[in-house]
Every structure is written in C-alpha cells, then in structure tokens.
Design a protein around this ligand. Structure first.
Ligand SMILES: [Fe+2]
Length: 255
C-alpha cells in the first residue's frame, strides 16, 4: 500500500501560497499512484470562503482518493463552518484494504493550540481492529519537532494522547503544522510529521516537501519528496515484526 501524506498547503490569494510549487507537487503526487492521499490540515491560511474555494479547486487536481482533516488555520474566521461544506467530516474513520485510517480534528476555532479530548480517545480505542494496521492522523504535533523553532502548539492533551497511542500500540501517527518533515519511533509507534506542501513560510533549508509512505510486508517506509529539487530521500524504515527502526536523522550509517 502506498500513502501520500501532504500537509500545510495554505491556499490563499495572499503571499502564503505558492501556486507554482503546488502545480509541480501535484504532478509528482499524481505520478506516484498512491492508494490514497492524507492531508493533515491547513489547506487555507485564514479559513476564508475564497480560500476554501481555491483549496477545493486545487485539491481536485489530485487524482488519488483524498482524506482531509482541518488545521488551526482552517478554523479561523468561521472557517470551521466551511470545512465540512468543502471537505466533509472533520473526524472520520475509513477502512481501506488492510488499513484503518482514523482522522481527527485537533483544531479549535480561532486558536492556534489544539487538543483531541476524551471523546476522540474512545474513537481511537473503538476503531482498532485486529489484523488491520491502524493509522491515526491529525494536524497538530504530539511531541516537539526539532528544527521548527520555539516550541508551541503541541496538543494540550499530548500526554494522555501519547499514553493511549503507545498503550494501544498504534503503529503510525501522521501530523503536520510545523512545516518540518520529521519522524521518530517511540515504543511501537512511528510518529511522522509532513513538511509544508506549498506554503512560502518554509523553515531554513527544508523547503517544500511531502511524505510518501509505503507499507509492505509489515514494513513501513517513509520517504521525503523535495518538490523543487524533485528528489526523494528515505527518512525512516520501521519493521512492525521485530520493532527495528532505521532513521536517517539519527542512524549514523544512513545520514
Ligand atoms: Fe497549522
């Protein structure tokens, strides 16, 4: 199974959004023949109607099936009322091949902070099905992301959420928000952040990126695609059977 993980598109008629990069990125995404695309929020910059219209128009260019959760920017200025109209339910569960995808809305109106809350913990517990790989996706990050500046906006209930995810051995969590691609394994869970797809607020040399996640024979491989350079680099490989994890950021042999 192949999943494309996109985040932080930031469609706007202002300066945040880079249409040229977006067009290039979509061409690459469409060439990857993904089983589905997961977008971890911030499709807009200010949650405005014109931005939702633009985001809907642009994301329709993606040929694979797409699942979307809202980010903090999408909930600004009553954007939380527009999101369901343009992108459907903000919390969802989809059963796809051998995977269960649980999308959760971590954002709240007009706040940059996020939280999941007890109702969503129950949703995670209820949706874990034996013999299916569980993927949980939301916008905000669960633990600090290196290289993304002063730490803010980890979900308010990060401790409880992390505890639940680790106890339930959820193998894969997909997040965004920080505009920095990163992954780390904790216990039996791989936590993955996507960088920004098309927002001009890139961080240092990270540029515009998205993640490609390949799941085969109980091995999860996450690669980063640098959109401008059209380069793909393996970031992390996690073997669900023996728990082995190789991470380009930390494994000396693979830097
Ligand atoms: Fe965000």
């Amino acid at each position: 199974m192949r999943i494309v993980h996109i985040s932080d598109i930031h469609c706007t008629h202002g300066t945040d959004y880079n249409e040229k990069v977006y067009e290039k990125a979509v061409k690459i995404v469409n060439s990857l023949d993904a089983d589905f695309v997961f977008v971890s929020g911030d499709l807009t910059t200010d949650g405005l109607l014109s931005e939702y219209e633009l985001a809907q128009k642009k994301t329709k260019e993606i040929s694979s099936e797409m699942f979307v959760v809202p980010g903090n920017h999408d909930e600004r200025n009553l954007g939380f009322k527009l999101f369901p109209e343009y992108f459907g339910d903000t919390d969802f569960i989809h059963s796809l091949k051998n995977v269960t995808l649980i999308g959760l809305a971590s954002s709240e109106p007009d706040k940059d902070d996020g939280r999941l809350g007890r109702g969503r913990y129950q949703k995670i517990v209820d949706c874990i099905v034996p013999h299916k790989l569980t993927i949980v996706g939301f916008h905000h990050h669960l633990i600090p992301v290196p290289g993304s500046g002063r730490e803010t906006n980890i979900i308010e209930d990060a401790g409880e959420t992390l505890d639940l995810i680790l106890r339930k051995e959820v193998p894969l969590v997909l997040m965004g928000h920080r505009h920095v691609p990163w992954a780390v394994k904790i216990h039996k869970t791989l936590l993955v952040n996507a960088g920004t797809f098309s927002c001009n607020r890139t961080r240092a040399h990270y540029g515009y990126t998205f993640n490609v996640i390949d799941i085969e024979d109980k091995i999860i491989t996450v690669s980063i695609v640098d959109i401008k350079k059209e380069q793909t680099k393996k970031m992390v490989e996690f073997n669900l059977v023996d728990g082995c994890c190789t991470n380009r950021y930390y494994d000396l042999n693979n830097k």
